[in-house]
Design a protein around this ligand. Structure first.
Ligand code: BTN
Length: 263
């Protein structure tokens, strides 16, 4: 498969900030690790690091992210939101919603979001987002948004084939990784601005429409390792997940991993 056409990307990118500084590598350990290093220097908001291949791609919760050369898209975007840290989960959810809409618009594959940031097509995971931040005094200084997408993969590793897929496997069509990146950066820039102006509330409706677990029985292992169970009823104004437990109480979860349970 061909390498990304960076000239085409730069020619077609109409954003103000996102991707205007773009660092391209044939191979990196992780685009997010590299961008986190750059963020300690002069890298500004909107800086993007992209690699054809990652040798130590990272997923959420200490998982690795399979990043072979050729079919996938692996990039990280630097934000400097100066927002209270509590807003991070709403921000990542809003950006996940934005990414889902762009992918669906380009591929016609209906994309749902599994809280907090897994992207699903036909009930199979085709991508994910990893948000890492540095904060001080309760304010986010740097947020590195890492996005990994299985785009034109003709297969996924055997151990993942029950749950994971690619856009190619789900649609039967190849997607231009360049057009996908241009579309994603443009949508993310617009939606980041919207989030800064209006907060999470403007995404609640958009997200509910494509929310993988809405109304389903789920179990959440929260950030402190506590397991919560209930029916997913939506999100609060900060983007935290709301569950209704067996006693009818609403429980809120702002970080962790959610698993669908048999009803
Ligand atoms: C997940 O679903 O667990 C999140 C996966 C995020 C993977 C991307 S690929 C680009 C960026 N660099 C990394 O090391 N991870 C993210």
């Amino acid at each position: 498969m061909k390498n990304l056409d960076i000239k085409y990307i730069q020619k077609n990118l109409k954003t103000r900030e996102f991707g205007r500084k773009l660092f391209y590598f044939e191979q990196l350990d992780s685009t997010s690790s590299h961008l986190a290093e750059l963020s300690k220097g002069s890298a500004g908001q909107g800086t993007v690091v992209i690699a054809e291949q990652q040798t130590a791609g990272r997923g959420r919760q200490g998982n690795s992210w399979h990043s072979p050369p050729g079919p996938g898209l692996y990039f990280s975007l630097l934000l400097k939101p100066e927002l209270p840290s509590i807003k991070l989960s709403g921000l990542t959810l809003a950006l996940g919603c934005s990414a889902a809409e762009t992918i669906e618009g380009i591929t016609n594959c209906p994309v749902t979001v599994k809280w907090p940031n897994d992207l699903y097509c036909n009930n199979r995971k085709v991508g994910g987002m990893l948000t890492e931040m540095q904060s001080h005094g309760g304010l986010i200084d740097n947020a590195v948004i890492g996005i990994g997408l299985n785009v034109n993969n003709e297969a996924v590793p055997l151990e993942l084939c029950d749950t994971a897929s690619s856009l190619f496997l789900e649609t039967g069509k190849a997607t231009s990784r360049e057009d996908l990146l241009v579309g994603l950066l443009s949508g993310l820039e617009d939606d980041y601005r919207l989030f800064r102006e209006q907060g999470f509330k403007s995404f609640a409706g958009r997200l509910t429409a494509r929310f993988f677990l809405q109304g389903k029985q789920a179990s959440v292992q929260d950030g402190l390792g506590i397991r919560l169970r209930g029916v997913v009823s939506g999100f609060d104004s900060d983007g935290c997940l709301l569950l209704t437990d067996q006693q009818g109480r609403t429980v809120k979860c702002c970080s962790g991993t959610v698993t669908e349970m048999e009803p």
